[in-house]
Design a protein around this ligand. Structure first.
Ligand SMILES: [Zn+2]
Length: 242
């Protein structure tokens, strides 16, 4: 089981904690990792239960920090795009650009001036992340704009504006000024699930809550909304890049 170990010179005892469905171990600085591993093994059942409980609690969106853990760029790590895992390939060229030619790979072309750097260096990682984020944002903006036109017409619900940006814990939102916001990470979901998120937010223009009336309205325009919610829950572990 994965965990985060925080060593401290002030601490005298070991504490296990489950926060946001992640295991955190706080221990005095002299404690060896092998010892912590044993402790985790001994508490495995309890920890798994806690993690599962917290995962279920909400439609948590993992932190959008796009960090690679364990996986290195040279091993072509995967990222979810349009609901399917894609391998990331790094290339170098004159122009910084992204190609998504097939349903299983994403080619990130970096400027030639990075060519001499180690593929897993912090500079390259940051560059790759920012390039993918920009591309995600552009794709989602385009998609949401097209779909909002169609759905607003059909539902007779018209938002004042919409924007796409990075959010840590939500796919979309709607405020009392009828402004909608959507998460850049939506690019990781299949179209039909993004459609559910758009319809969900449009329905908030009429009902600013999650009442029975709200869900009835969602169901009217998105009959498969429960399957979409289930897809989000089932795949949430892939919907980050960490
Ligand atoms: Zn809602």
């Amino acid at each position: 089981m994965e965990y985060q170990l925080i060593l401290s010179s002030r601490r005298k005892t070991i504490a296990l904690q489950v926060s946001n469905a992640k295991v955190i171990v706080r221990a005095p600085h002299f404690v060896k990792k092998a010892y912590v591993d044993k402790l985790i093994q001994a508490k495995l059942h309890w920890l798994r239960q806690k993690v599962a409980e917290q995962e279920k609690k909400s439609l948590l969106i993992p932190d959008f920090t796009l960090k690679f853990s364990g996986e290195k760029l040279e091993n072509n790590p995967t990222i979810y795009i349009d609901g399917l895992p894609h391998n990331i390939f790094i290339e170098f060229g004159r122009e910084s650009v992204i190609h998504n030619k097939c349903a299983c790979s994403l080619n990130v072309v970096l400027s030639l001036r990075y060519k001499n750097l180690d593929l897993n260096s912090a500079v390259i990682l940051a560059k790759v992340k920012s390039q993918i984020q920009c591309w995600f944002k552009a794709c989602v903006e385009h998609y949401v704009q097209q779909k909002l036109l169609v759905f607003s017409q059909k539902m007779s619900l018209h938002p004042a504006s919409f924007k796409v940006r990075k959010y840590k814990a939500r796919w979309g939102s709607c405020n009392s000024r009828a402004e909608l916001s959507f998460n850049t990470l939506l690019k990781m979901l299949p179209d039909w699930v993004i459609d559910y998120v758009i319809i969900h937010e449009l329905c908030h223009l009429k009902h600013m809550n999650h009442s029975t009336n709200f869900w009835q309205l969602v169901a009217k325009y998105c009959p498969e909304y429960q399957t979409a919610k289930h897809w989000l829950l089932k795949n949430q572990a892939h919907l980050s890049w960490s």
